[in-house]
Write a protein that binds this ligand. Sequence first.
Ligand code: PEP
Ligand code: MN
Length: 299
Amino acid sequence: MKNLKLAAARADLTRSIIEVDGVRIGADFTVIAGPCSVESESQTIKTAIAVKEAGAHMLRGGAFKPRTSPYAFQGLGLKGLKILDKAKKETGLPIVTEVVDTRDVSWVGEYADVLQIGARNMQNFSLLREVGKSGKPILLKRGMYSTIEEWLNCAEYILAEGNLNVILCERGIRTFETYTRNTLDLSMIPAVRAESHLPILVDPSHGTGILSMVEPMSLAALVAGADGLEIEVHIDPSCALSDKDQQLSPGQFKILMQKLKRAREFVAELAEIGNDTFQKKEGPSKSTVSEKAFADAVD
Ligand code: PEP
Ligand code: MN
C-alpha cells in the first residue's frame, strides 16, 4: 500500500507484540471485555469482577461516549475514570477507555492503560498526533466509512510520532445492509495481516449490534486469524444506558470464553497442518520496510 512506512508489513513477516501490564497483544489471544459505558461504581466493578472470573485479560468501559444524539448519555467523564481505576485495583485488569478530545489525552492517559480512538475519530488527525505523542498503547478502531488503506494510514499517523504501540480494531463498516448495525468485515483480517505487522482485534458487539451474533462472529474472528476481541458485557444489559441490545450478560460471556478456549485449541491444530495459504500471499504490496528501516525511521 502506497505511503505506508511504519505500519507496513516487515520483510521478514514478524508481527508486533504490544505489552500492557503483562498482557501480550499480538502474541496471546487477548479478550478485552466490559460495559459500553461506565454508569456507576457498582455496575462497573461487578462487571469487572465477572469478566475477570470468566478469563478476560483487560477491562473496557467508556467514560466519554461519542453518541449520535447530544441528548443521549454522554458518559461520566472524570468520575467514570476514577471508577475504572477502582475496578483495576479490585481486579488487576488493565483499563481500555476512549479519549475523544486532544485536550484530554494527557489526563485520561493517567487512568487508561490503553487509549481507545473510536470509529468516529479515526481520521481526527490532531487527536491521532496527540495520542502518538503520549506514548501510550493505542487501540485504533476502524472508521465506519473507511477503507483498510485509510485505516492503516491513520495508524501511520500515530507511529510517525514515535509511538509504536498501536493495536487495530475492526468494528464493522456501513454498507447497504441494514439487518445488522454495521457489516463486520472479517475479510480485513487476512488483508491486514498481509499489509501490516500491527495486531488486529475484532469488536463483534458494535460490528453486529445484535446479541445473538456476538458469539458466532467472535469464533469466526478467532479462526480467521484475529489477535483478540473487544466485547461489551454488562452486569444487567436490559438496564444499560447505552448499547443495551448488544451487551452480553456475565453468564453469556462466560460461555463464550469457554468456547473460545476450545476454539483456540482447534486453531492450533489447524496451524499444525500447515500455514501455506495464510503465509503465501500476493502481498505485502509495495512499501515493505525491514526491521532496521523501521527502527531508523522512528529514531
Ligand atoms: C466503543 O467501543 O465504546 C465505541 C463507541 O465503539 P465505536 O467507536 O467502534 O463505535
Ligand atoms: Mn457501545
